[in-house]
Design a protein around this ligand. Sequence first.
Ligand SMILES: C[S@@+](CC[C@H](N)C(=O)[O-])C[C@H]1O[C@@H](n2cnc3c(N)ncnc32)[C@H](O)[C@@H]1O
Length: 331
Amino acid sequence: MKNSDVQYINEISYGYWKAQALFVASELDLFTLIGKQGKSGKAIAKNLGTDLRATEMLLNALVSLKLLSKSRDIFWNTAVSKRCLSKNSPAYQGDRIKHFHNMWDYWSGLGRAVKTGKPTAFYNAKKGVDRQRLREFISAMHNTATVQADEIYTKLQIKERSRLLDLAGGQGSYSVIFAKRNQNLKAVVFDLPDVIKLTKEHIKESGMTGQVTTKAGNCLEDSLGKGWYDIVLVSHLLHAYDATESQKILKKCWDSLIKDGIVVIQEFILNPSKTMPPFGTLFSLNMLMGTQGGSSYSAVEMNGWLKKAGFKNIKRIELGMDSGLIIGKKI
Ligand SMILES: C[S@@+](CC[C@H](N)C(=O)[O-])C[C@H]1O[C@@H](n2cnc3c(N)ncnc32)[C@H](O)[C@@H]1O
């Protein structure tokens, strides 16, 4: 008889085996290599310069995870790996996988973080910003935006809006995609100076310099302007900060908006008791280790901050992935 509760605990315990198999496979880029044709283990190992026995073990494990299929010793991509793991797909998620892999080191310090309440992510101020890691982080955010921006644009019904502040907008992926769908939209991507260098590259590459511009600054310290924008997007920013800082940011958003303007928060929204959904609760631990006071927040908390900042008509929009939107209007 299947001992399902023991099995359940086992599956959680070896979860990192699955993650490591994916990290290594994605790093080797073997899904792009396999492509549409399918390849034998021997051909894959030869091409990658890896050990044949070990490579076949990895490939077989990937079959068990439904990331490959196998027929007569030939490995094929599945629908999921074709869409998310091949560099030739517009929905490629490899940068996001790399970002999860990068978090591995500080996740191994979770026990210490729980004991001390302090972050475990290592930042050496003397060395300054790790440019490679920053680029990987920003590219990871781009992977998510490319598969979510159209859904968000459609659900927000913002084709009449013309001045967007993409606050903490990373490389400006949402601004670029929204601006492509709305030719009357002018977007300003606001982010920290080191990030804005990458934002400028992305906007130039996407050919959207006419509609999307940038502003470098720190949203906790610098002005966001007064009464100018008709929409402010605050996507995945508040979780990096505590309640007081989040409240301060939302008040600045209020100031920067015109009457009838809206603020749109995108976050991993928790239930009122903060116990669900799993990704949001685990993401809180990620913020425990990666920031000074960040956390996932419940809709109740974010609604409270919006009300305090002056926003009305607060509503929530569910999205197809882990995050959701909370919208407030300046009346
Ligand atoms: C998780 S990323 C989200 C990027 C983008 N909004 C998205 O949803 O894909 C958080 C962004 O917030 C920016 N950020 C964090 N603190 C900031 C601050 N005080 N002022 C401006 N930008 C900030 C980071 O540089 C980073 O680009």
